[in-house]
Write a protein that binds this ligand. Structure first.
Ligand code: IVH
Length: 667
């Protein structure tokens, strides 16, 4: 077999394995074996770029190229459905259809998936385009991102599919993935997604398809459009589509009577809680396309379909008091303490009130009867107050002015909803929170240490900051309650090992606001030592990929604080890595030392990001705009005319990529 034939075979096999795994839930090979085949394919494809196929299973891994989405007009507008909330309205719909059609009809009952809708176009059995709903007329072309979703086939199987058709459906983040993602975001103090729908649509709009690939989205398809569909029945067409490799819900039912519709609704109202993905209602569709055409459309939605929305579960209970939690960044979160009440199968005692504005807009008083809801959200929220039952003379809830932990006055920064305690150095939850973050698995990963031990050390006055960890002695630890010699040694060993943690982890562990794991990596790459980072300017920082003003300012603020500089210095003296690995530095030169380089245009041999990295590798600085100080412009094709004019006016040399690569002796 030639390598080309092997590529074709691997592509075919991997497509089939994807289908078995993601659609049929019945893998026939192990994950390792799958990875091995995928690696083999990737290696062979790298050797044979001439045999590139944009729908190869290897395209699922995503790319981290930045792109803005292109807007595309929908061939058929993406309409929404009329919503109903009561069974009476369902009866009205059914009667309307019956009277208009005046003949037998079937209704297809389906789950209403609560994600973000997508329209996929297939031509000759291949996915060619994926577009979001947008405004219904035009949407964003998110094809590259959608290709990373394993349950969406890139290449169809079976036969009988039209040469060209669209299929629409819902992209979803399964509950499990959503909960895990939020757990990680919480650790990194990144804002949480309120529900899987927001998480799915946020992910789909990511500019980085590698991020999309990592988020494990799923998709159900529920609507076929095209000229030459195999059947008149919507249900029958979707069953056919399942045979072409699409993930179609197994919970669709064709019925004829109103009673059957209500049975379906009532069954799923409770049963949906056991589904792996979020649903918010039921969709009823007239099954025959001929009948659908007869019924037609109103300006906004089809007359042949309707959505019945489930009532979000709600309970009425009493607000007993409001307490406040202080996080590691000093952010103060108000929490409603409620008289325990049963809601969607769990007992709810607390609900987040988020911030002062929310409290004010609810006009909360202690003792109020409040409505608590658990929509798609994990944390229940208060959606309203029963003003009629407000006790006379009850106390209005006003946001606290001082930190409940240390008594310092709180501040609220411009453009932020949260209040902060700024007493970073001696507010206990902030101190402990920073240490807990520092030792956590994704940061310094200090084994043997956990939040309880940190608390114990702190209470005993043994540690006040993260640098104190490196002065701990086994003998001191042993003396503590519930602490044997063995655990003391474990802790010391864990701390010892953490000295080897790479620079980027140390950066993350410092707990600089908004510097999560990914940002820490980017920062470490752009500024391969803490000295360089300490000296970085706002302009230099915001030129790093994924770093905006908010993050840049936070980094500047951190290193402007004398206390932090001292802490970093103590950590350095304790032997922590404060610069990137030597390997990373291999090939570094100072050929471009002191040079400011502007990159402009489109390149053939490397991406802009790669050129940026090369400039930095050789000691230069990549800057955004042309000024007198610019040393030269690295120009590709189609350099912007205004840039060209400016460069000529200032007499700044322009270098093409070949000359640049020759200069830096790169390939
Ligand atoms: S059919 C013209 N079926 O609900 C009919 N939609 O407001 C096109 N949705 O935008 C939609 N599950 O995002 C249909 N089984 C299902 C659905 C469904 C969820 C979403 C979809 C649509 C919205 C309707």
């Amino acid at each position: 077999m030639t390598e080309i034939e092997r590529i074709d075979l691997l592509r075919k096999e991997l497509h089939a394995h994807n289908h078995n795994y993601y659609i049929l839930n019945a893998p026939t090979i192990s994950d390792q074996e799958f990875d091995r085949l995928m690696r083999e394919l990737q290696e062979l494809e790298a050797k044979h770029p001439e045999h590139y196929d944009e729908n190869s299973p290897s395209q699922r891994v995503g790319s981290d190229l930045n792109k803005d989405f292109r807007q595309v007009a929908h061939k058929y507008p993406m309409l929404s459905l009329g919503n109903t909330y009561s069974q009476a309205e369902v009866t009205d719909f059914y009667e309307r259809v019956r009277k208009s059609l005046n003949e037998d009809f079937e209704i297809c009952c389906e789950l209403k998936f609560d994600g973000t809708s997508i329209s996929l176009t297939y031509e000759n059995g291949k996915l060619v385009q994926a577009v979001t709903r947008g405004d219904g007329v035009r949407g964003d072309d998110v094809t590259d991102n959608v290709k990373t979703i394993r349950s969406i086939p890139l290449v169809l199987q079976g036969e009988g599919y039209p040469e060209s058709f669209e299929i629409r459906g819902e992209i979803l983040m399964p509950w499990k993935v959503f909960e895990e993602l939020n757990r990680e975001r919480e650790l990194r103090e990144e804002p949480l997604f309120a529900n899987p729908r927001n998480a799915a649509s946020g992910t789909l709009k990511s500019q980085n398809s590698a991020v999309v690939a990592s988020r494990k989205l799923d998709a159900y398809l529920y609507y076929l459009l095209g000229e030459n569909l195999p059947h008149d029945g919507h249900y029958e067409n979707l069953q056919e589509a399942a045979g072409w490799g699409f993930k179609v819900s197994g919970h669709m039912r064709k019925v004829r009577t109103l009673q059957e519709i209500f049975d379906f609704i009532n069954y799923w109202d409770t049963e949906r809680k056991n589904l792996p993905v979020a649903t918010d209602g039921i969709v009823l569709k007239v099954n025959s396309q001929r009948q659908q055409r007869n019924l037609g459309y109103t300006a906004k939605s089809p007359r042949w379909a309707i959505a019945y929305k489930f009532q979000a579960e709600r309970a009425l209970t009493r607000l007993e008091k409001v307490t406040y939690q202080v996080g590691r960044t000093g952010a103060v979160t108000p929490v409603a303490n409620l008289t325990p009440v049963q809601l969607s199968g769990t007992v709810v005692k607390r609900a987040s009130l988020h911030n002062a504005d929310i409290i004010a807009s609810l006009d909360l008083h202690i003792g109020d009867k409040v409505y608590v809801e658990k929509g798609g959200e994990i944390i229940p929220k208060i959606t309203g107050v029963d003003l009629g039952s407000r006790p006379a003379g009850s106390e209005k809830v006003t946001f606290i002015t001082h930190c409940p932990e240390c008594g310092s006055p709180l501040v609220r920064y411009e453009d932020e909803a949260a209040h902060y305690c700024t007493n970073e150095s001696s507010c206990p939850p902030q101190i402990k929170g920073r240490i807990e973050h520092f030792i956590s698995r994704r940061a310094m990963n200090i084994e043997g240490l956990g939040p309880e031990t940190v608390d114990q050390f702190y209470q005993e006055g043994m540690i006040h900051d993260v640098a104190d960890l490196y002065t701990l002695q086994a003998a001191d630890i042993c003396r503590l309650e519930r602490m044997g010699e063995k655990s003391a040694e474990n802790i010391i060993r864990g701390i010892e090992n953490s000295r080897q943690a790479p620079y980027e982890r140390v950066l993350f562990a410092l707990g600089i606001r908004f510097v999560g794991e990914t940002v820490a990596k980017k920062v470490a790459k752009a500024f391969p030592s803490v000295e360089l980072l300490e000296a970085a300017t706002l302009d230099e920082l915001i030129h790093v990929d994924e770093i905006g003003t908010k993050i840049a300012q936070s980094i500047l603020r951190y290193f402007h604080d004398e206390k932090n500089l001292l802490l970093v210095d103590r950590l350095r003296k304790a032997g922590l890595r404060m610069e990137a690995d030597k390997e990373d530095l291999s090939g570094h030169t100072d050929k471009l030392q002191g040079k400011s380089v502007v990159i402009s245009g489109v390149f053939a041999r490397h991406s802009r990001d790669e050129y940026k990295a090369l400039i930095e590798k050789h000691g230069g600085k990549n800057v955004g705009s042309i000024s007198k100080k610019t040393s030269f412009i690295l120009a590709g094709d189609n350099m912007g005319p205004s840039k060209l004019e400016k460069a000529e006016k200032l007499g700044i040399p322009i270098m093409n990529e070949d000359d640049f690569l020759a200069l830096t002796e790169e390939e």
